[in-house]
Design a protein around this ligand. Sequence first.
Ligand SMILES: *[C@@H]1O[C@H](CO)[C@@H](O)[C@H](O)[C@H]1NC(C)=O
Ligand SMILES: *[C@@H]1O[C@H](CO)[C@@H](O)[C@H](O)[C@H]1NC(C)=O
Length: 313
Amino acid sequence: MHEFLIWFWVFYFCRFWELDFELLRVFGNYRPFQIRICVISITALGIWLVLYFLGHNMSFTGPSVGSGGRTVRRALEFGRTYVVRPKGRHQATVVWLHGLGDNGSSWSQLLETLPLPNIKWICPTAPTQPLSIFGGFPSTAWFDVGELSEDAPDDIEGLDASAAHVANLLSTEPADIKLGVGGFSMGAATALYSATCFTAGKYGNNNPYPANLSAVVGLSGWLPCAKTLKNRLEGTDEARRRATSLPVLLCHGKGDDVVVYKFGEKSSRALSSTGFQDVTFKSYNGLGHYTIPEEMDEVCGWLTSKLGLDGSS
Ligand SMILES: *[C@@H]1O[C@H](CO)[C@@H](O)[C@H](O)[C@H]1NC(C)=O
Ligand SMILES: *[C@@H]1O[C@H](CO)[C@@H](O)[C@H](O)[C@H]1NC(C)=O
């Protein structure tokens, strides 16, 4: 549209100059006054258009996403957060992240029914943002995805923003409360990314990660930035120690046609091979891209034991 306007203007501008010169040749300085007014006003309009578009482009040239191939910085605004209060003694707080296009409300209703009276659940809602996978159509999402494949570039800026949102939600919890992150699908990917940030001690942008995680759960998801994980964790004993002790539970349906089973399996292997020693991987025959009570039972038992909740025997 902008290109069209500019070409439209350039075309008419040239035609009028041409006409003006033609008239100048024929009439000398006595060429019709209206033509000169036309040339001047069209020139002014053109200059205004150019300045307008320059200014317009200027205001959007913030830091670029680089890996995502976009140059426009997004103003991320997270949606509503739903909290499920513990029915018993508060011992742990878990931030739970929904999948693509969903919201915190639907998961908070499910989590409320689980037999985990000592957990406070915090279910935030992702920002609504244009998604490459939908050709730019907006949806609630924790970060941008182009395609669900290992070669797809990771949206580090979006992942960092969501991981920071999660850490901020956890940072106000009392010091004696154990902290966890979990999620489904893209929420699981964000939870696993948070696990790598906690372990490395910093986000992808090198800012320090501020929370202490005691458990991470990922259902039907994948591990973003798996290729660079080894580099991120190398070097510090502290990172090695955190990787060794952080418990991670991954569950995946073998019939998942959205985030295919092999991505879940590969993520589990990527974690194990980079020093995560407490990784549990559960697979479910015939399970698609959704959850079933059997899987949630596994989550409950695992959280109870890893977080040392009262319910554990
Ligand atoms: C949340 O998502 C569910 C579908 O998962 C939908 O039915 C509901 O209307 C949504 N709620 C809000 C507040 O957007
Ligand atoms: C995290 O735990 C370590 C010890 O395990 C402690 O030194 C540190 O202060 C804790 N950080 C926060 C933000 O609670």
